[in-house]
Design a protein around this ligand. Structure first.
Ligand code: FPP
Length: 255
């Protein structure tokens, strides 16, 4: 606890990331290393979701985006898919009173129609119940992948062009951004991936163009507030240049 408080004191509250995205990896390995079932790892992972949501909300971070279930995850054994769907729906419903108390707004990103009816009803119920909340926006990516999203956006833009509602010259970066599932949400400043792999795995492919990447070997169920705070401190010590030179982005010295 004291360790966490020390870390929190090191965070510059005037330079918080506005948007943090996370790839929550390592639940299966966490369970296996304890001789438990993969499903136990996912269940334990809910605690980490709670911790990162709580700290994001307490710090005043505006957007937290979690990769809860990818398009590719549909290819996992049916039993694990069913468990994950049930768990995610159940967890959101159980946390709803706390989310309301903390003014958190749930937003769903992905091919939500593919989610089975019961968990889908719980998820859309939580989304609707929190729609007027103005604190942290918790974006849950479900049945989501970057390529799926870019394909969908391209299809809709092409339909507008074919129907004469849009000319090819009007297709700009902003127009593409606005057609993505994240339309209206600023790009992530910081992407955190747990579980030791160093890849993006089809996550927010367009939006992560300039995100700072933070990879940690910590397995998702072991990821807590202290390491999240460390990731934010690490992010604040980096220089974000967006293609410019160091001199161009350095804060102006007072004369
Ligand atoms: C990856 O670990 C994790 C997932 C595919 C699911 C993430 C789901 C949760 C943390 C459950 C609760 C979520 C919410 C939003 C309430 P893995 O199974 O790929 O782990 P491995 O790489 O060790 O096999």
């Amino acid at each position: 606890m004291e360790h966490l408080e020390n870390l929190l004191r090191q965070i510059d509250m005037t330079r918080l990331p506005r948007h943090v995205a996370m790839i929550m990896d390592g639940n299966g390995r966490w369970a296996k290393s304890r001789g438990q079932r993969r499903s136990d790892g996912h269940t334990e992972g809910v605690g980490s979701v709670r911790r990162v949501t709580e700290l994001s909300s307490d710090l005043g971070i505006k957007y937290l985006t979690l990769y809860a279930f990818s398009t590719e995850n549909w290819n996992r054994p049916q039993e694990e898919v069913d468990l994950l769907m049930h768990l995610i729906g159940w967890a959101i419903e159980k946390e709803l009173p706390d989310l309301m108390r903390n003014n958190v707004r749930i937003h769903l990103l992905g091919d939500i129609d593919r989610i089975p009816e019961e968990p889908r009803a719980r998820l859309t119920g939580a989304r609707d119940a929190t729609a007027a909340n103005t604190g942290l926006q918790l974006n849950m990516c479900l049945s989501y992948s970057g390529r799926w999203e870019l394909t969908e956006a391209t299809r809709r833009i092409a339909a507008d062009v074919a129907a004469g509602r849009l000319s090819p010259e009007e297709i700009t970066e902003d127009l593409i951004s606005s057609h993505l599932a994240t339309g209206g949400i600023p790009d992530p400043d910081l992407l955190i991936r747990t579980g030791g792999e160093q890849r993006i795995s089809n996550y927010l492919l367009w939006q992560n163009a300039y995100s700072e990447l933070y990879f940690t070997p910590t397995l998702w169920p072991d990821f807590g507030k202290a390491e999240y705070a460390e990731a934010i401190i690490d992010y604040q010590n980096r220089e974000r240049r967006f293609g410019k030179t160091s001199e161009q982005v350095a804060p102006k010295q007072q004369a």
